[in-house]
Design a protein around this ligand. Structure first.
Ligand code: HAM
Length: 378
């Protein structure tokens, strides 16, 4: 992790890091998340590209946690960042992508909790509270320590009435009408994003102004997505708009992003009875003929280039042993390159489930195989 984060004392960030020293005494950190590395990459290599930039990556992250079900010291994130736009459409784009991804994975019960840190911060600004103290307050809200948060305000001579207003906002939840009567650009922005995302069919969204996120870099809209099937560690995704480039010495650039916890997504899919199928193959190509091995490999290559998951016989087994192996690999089809067929430019496709066989043109093997494979679920 870069020194500038250390210099800026982003304590929330450092709390998530796992620090160790090399034998030479250098202090190193394992990355706790992917947004900071992506913004550094943007500043070093991508800042001249046309905006907006849309980036994603899937990588392992490390946090010094008490390990339990769904909470690990090493886990994978699927991270998406949109850099360069401050329009509400960019935050809405993330919500649409997240909704679509959950739908495709069969997670139909997910709940989006959406807030905007600017709403509470603007009230704290009006009280003259500095950014560092605001962050301390927001950490208490993030940890749902509302009584402590109220005490924190009291200790800073905030009137009971004002304190009740702020704590009330932090507890505010509901559909978009919960925002009725809240004034200011932050609330207007949030209303606009919700309207765009709802209009485009995103379901399961709820306003929750208590979502302020644990990392200090968030500046605007923030959200978390829960998969109820997971119980205690149910948050499968978190994100929002943030300011990070200045921390690395760059010019300010509006950015927004999110990260799904990959391990939690898989757990949620399992619990929803929608675990990813065991990896099988679509087609296994074999030949009973010693002179047709080259043709067998050519046919396998054609199938692979058309996107059909294909393997071919590497063991020079006889037909029945090859078919047995294909079946043990979960192949849907066997493609048999036989002598008589090959002499006429043909191959045989065998449906491994029903045992039915079809003789088809070798040149059309991809189309013929595809017709006999289950259609991909969208
Ligand atoms: P985060 O909410 O800290 O956000 O992490 C994103 C997701 O990673 C969580 O919602 C959760 O599913 C998963 N996760 C976090 N910690 C663990 C853990 N110990 N074990 C298993 N899964 C875990 C971020 O990291 C931000 N960088 C997201 C972001 C991107 N904001 C803007 N752009």
């Amino acid at each position: 992790m870069p020194n500038c984060l250390q210099q800026n004392q982003d304590r929330a960030y450092w709390r998530k890091c796992t620090l160790s020293r090399t034998r030479g005494g250098r202090q190193l950190s394992l990355r706790p998340e992917l947004t900071a590395p992506i913004i550094r990459f943007y500043l070093s290599d991508l800042s001249n590209y046309p905006m907006p930039l849309k980036l994603f990556c899937i990588s392992n992250c490390f946090r010094y946690e008490e390990p339990q079900s769904g909470r690990y010291r090493e886990f994978y994130q699927y991270d998406v960042e949109i850099i360069g736009s401050e329009a509400p459409e960019s935050d809405a784009e993330l919500l649409l992508l997240a909704g679509d991804l959950c739908r495709r994975l069969g997670l139909t019960e997910v709940r989006f909790r959406i807030g905007h840190v600017g709403i509470v911060r603007s009230l704290l600004d009006a009280l003259g509270m500095g950014k560092a103290e605001q962050s301390q307050f927001l950490h208490l809200v993030d940890k749902k320590k509302m009584e402590e948060a109220a005490r924190f305000l009291g200790e800073r001579k905030v009137t009971a009435e004002k304190s009740a207003e702020i704590i009330g906002l932090c507890r505010l939840k509901g559909d978009s009408s919960a925002l009725d009567g809240i004034k200011g650009t932050a609330a207007d922005y949030l209303r606009e994003v919700l309207a765009i995302a709802e209009g485009a069919g995103t379901v399961g969204m709820q306003v929750d102004l208590g979502v302020v996120r644990g990392l200090d870099y968030y500046t605007g809209l923030v959200f978390e997505i829960d998969a109820p099937e997971l119980g205690a560690e149910k948050q499968v995704c978190g994100g929002g708009s943030y300011a990070l480039s200045q921390l690395f010495g760059g010019r300010p650039v509006p950015s927004t992003g999110m990260a799904f916890g990959f391990d939690r997504l898989l757990l949620a899919m399992e619990r929803a009875g929608n675990a990813p199928a065991e990896e099988g193959i679509d087609a296994f190509v074999l030949t009973p003929s010693a002179t047709l091995r080259q043709e067998m490999v050519r046919i396998a290559g054609k199938l692979r280039s058309s996107g059909i998951r294909t393997e071919f016989d590497l063991m020079r087994r006889n037909m029945s042993k090859s078919l047995k192996y294909a079946s043990s690999r979960g192949a849907t089809l066997a493609v048999i390159v036989g002598d008589k067929e090959a002499a006429n430019g043909l191959v045989t496709i065998r449906d491994m489930q029903s045992g039915e066989q079809f003789t088809v043109s070798a040149e059309r093997v991809c189309e013929e195989a595809r017709e006999r494979l289950p259609k991909p679920k969208v």
